[in-house]
Structures are given as C-alpha cells and as structure tokens.
Design a protein. Structure first.
Length: 348
C-alpha cells in the first residue's frame, strides 16, 4: 500500500512537471511559438507587418471563393511566402488587371501571372507552377494521339482546348461538352479516349469527380508555360526577398505538397511531347470557375473545372464550376497569420 502511494505521488509530480514545461516552465500562461521577425518593412511593402497579395478569384483552383474566403493554390503559396518573411497576409482580389493593382500600390505582389502573357510593366519571377493545354487519358499507356489514329476527345465547348483539338485533329474528333466535368465523365464512361484541358484545371476537375478520377497527362497540345509572381519593376528589394522565398518553396518540396493537396498530384509538363503548335489562341482559355477567368495563356476561359469541391466545401457555383477546397488558407481579403489553412485536399 505504501509502495502504491509512492508510485502515485511520483506520477503526480511528473505530470505536474510536464504541465509546467508546456506552460514555458513559468508556472503560468500558455505555450506560444516564437514569432519571426519581419524581413521587409515599408516602403518595401505597403503596410507594416503585412504582405498584401493580389489574386484573381475567377481562376480556381489558383484562387476562388469558398465559405466567404479567398482560397486556392496561390493563396497557400502566398501564405507560405508571408510566413517565411515573418509577415501576416492580406489577400486582395485584383481580377484580371494585376498591372493596375501593382501600379496603384493596392498590393505588394500578385500571384498566378502566366509567363506567356506577362505585362512588361512589372517584374515576374521564375514560374512556380506549369500550365498549358494537356491531353488526358485514363492511363499512361493510352498512347499519344495522332491525326491518323481516329483519336476522340472531349473538351469544353468554345474553350481554347476545344479549338486546339479541332485545329489539330479535325471537328469530327471533338465531342464538345457543356462543362469540363462532363468531359471527364465522358472519358470515364469510355465515350472518348482523351480529354483536352488546361493541365492544372483538368487535374483539379478530374480529382473532384465523385470518387475522384485517376487520369494521366500523355502529351501537350501547346508548349507549356508557367504561372509566376509579379512585383513592381522598381521594387528590387521585394523582388529578391519574395523571389528567394518562392524559389526555396519550390526547391524544398512545399509547392509540391500544395499541388498534391489541391490536385491529387504534383505537375511536371516539360518532358511531355507537344503535338502541333496551338500557341495562337482562338476561343476561350481553359479553366475558369464560372466561365471567364484566365488560364494557361491568359486568355479568357470558358472551360469550367467541374463542380468538384474540396474536402471542406466548394468555391463558387454548382455544376461545371471549378471549386476549390474550402476553408483554409489564411487571408480572404483580410489578414491571416501567414500560414496556410485547411483547404481540403485539393479535390476539384
């Protein structure tokens, strides 16, 4: 009995010690992680302690609305950049005019700038995410379609992808669909052998179908481009600070993790064969959430990304729209703490 009392007393003392340790060994208060010192300050950024980041909320899964917040791949990446710079983050919807937002001083940086259509009025970083019209199949062994192979494609009607298919393979090869979701349903059901869509938007849409759809990109219908970050041309200090962090996030695998969260996989396009040359744009660009965002080459898009929602919700509208994962990433036109949130797992 005495031995049991001794053991219980020792256990109680150990628990009390652990409690004190978790409280910072001060006997009061709660544990707080060490805050990073801000690496940049005005006039390098416009607001003390906060990185103001511009995105286009009409371009899921890069950025879109979910549960009243601005969320998406770009928001996660921007949040990681802000965190590394020791800053809070404020996400601002700049629509399709990043140049004006930068020139007017409304934002410090803008994410999601297509390198193929970058404005010379601002500086752009190396690309952190690839883009381009991709050819999707149910498996990697489907083969590369050729003009004499009777290949069949589904693509969203009036999109740049639909135009590229018609231009390269003829009208008879194309099955136009009202939404990108419908295109992947046709692929899943065996109605067509391929789907043509923007690489990022297509993965997002396929991943968001009920139960998810595993697809492979077998080739490209245009030379890949990439999404970049923009900064004012005369702000060399922020170009270096934010650009170095962005490069670090790409190099240490953080961006790969974010891609997998939203798309189910990371994306690499440079090694894929390119069929023809569909670099000139006709029709809308792929992948917008409601039918008119910018995609791969920055033209307006008619190709919706499906209604795939993230694990915790959806971005914009119902069927055929490109939904982002819900809830998560800091920001939403307000201020977060510089860290990314729980946006779902990137289902489309």
């Amino acid at each position: 009995m005495i031995r049991r009392r001794f053991v219980m007393a020792a256990l109680g003392a150990a628990l009390a010690c652990m409690t004190l340790m978790l409280a910072g060994c001060s006997g009061s208060g709660s544990y707080q992680p060490e805050l990073k010192s801000a690496e940049v300050a005005p006039p390098v950024i416009g607001e003390e302690g906060t990185l103001r980041v511009g995105v286009n909320t009409e371009n899921p899964p890069l950025a879109g609305m979910g549960s009243g917040k601005i969320i998406g791949i770009d928001v996660d990446i921007a949040s990681a950049i802000a965190d590394q710079l020791g800053l809070k983050i404020s996400i601002v919807d700049v629509g399709s005019d990043p140049a004006a937002a930068i020139a007017d001083g409304k934002v410090d940086v803008v994410m999601g700038i297509d390198a193929a259509n970058a404005d010379s009025s601002y500086w752009v970083s190396p690309s952190y995410l690839p883009t381009g019209i991709a050819v999707f199949a149910l498996n990697a062994d489907a083969g590369i379609p050729t003009a004499d192979s009777d290949a069949t494609f589904a693509a969203q009607v009036s999109s740049k992808s639909a135009w590229a298919v018609s231009n390269e393979f003829g009208e008879s090869a194309l099955t136009p669909t009202d939404t990108l979701k419908d295109a992947f349903v046709a692929l899943r059901d065996g109605t067509v052998k391929y789907v043509a869509a923007d690489a990022i938007i297509g993965l997002y849409a396929a991943h968001g179908l009920d139960g998810g759809l595993d697809v492979s990109i077998v080739s490209m219908l245009m030379k890949p481009s990439g999404y970049c970050m923009a900064v004012a041309t005369d702000n060399a200090d922020l170009q270096k600070a934010a650009g170095d962090v962005l490069a670090s996030l790409a190099g240490n695998g953080t961006i790969d993790v974010i891609e997998r969260k939203w798309l189910g996989t990371s994306v690499a396009l440079d090694s894929l064969p390119v069929i023809g040359d569909s670099s000139s744009s006709e029709g809308g660009d792929d992948g917008d959430s409601s039918g008119d965002s910018s995609d791969g080459d920055g033209a307006t898009a008619d190709e919706d990304a499906s209604d795939g929602t993230g694990d915790e919700g959806d971005t914009s509208s119902g069927d055929g729209t490109e939904d982002t994962g819900d809830d998560g990433t800091s920001g939403a036109d307000g201020e977060g703490d510089g860290t990314s949130g729980d946006e779902g797992d990137g289902t489309e």
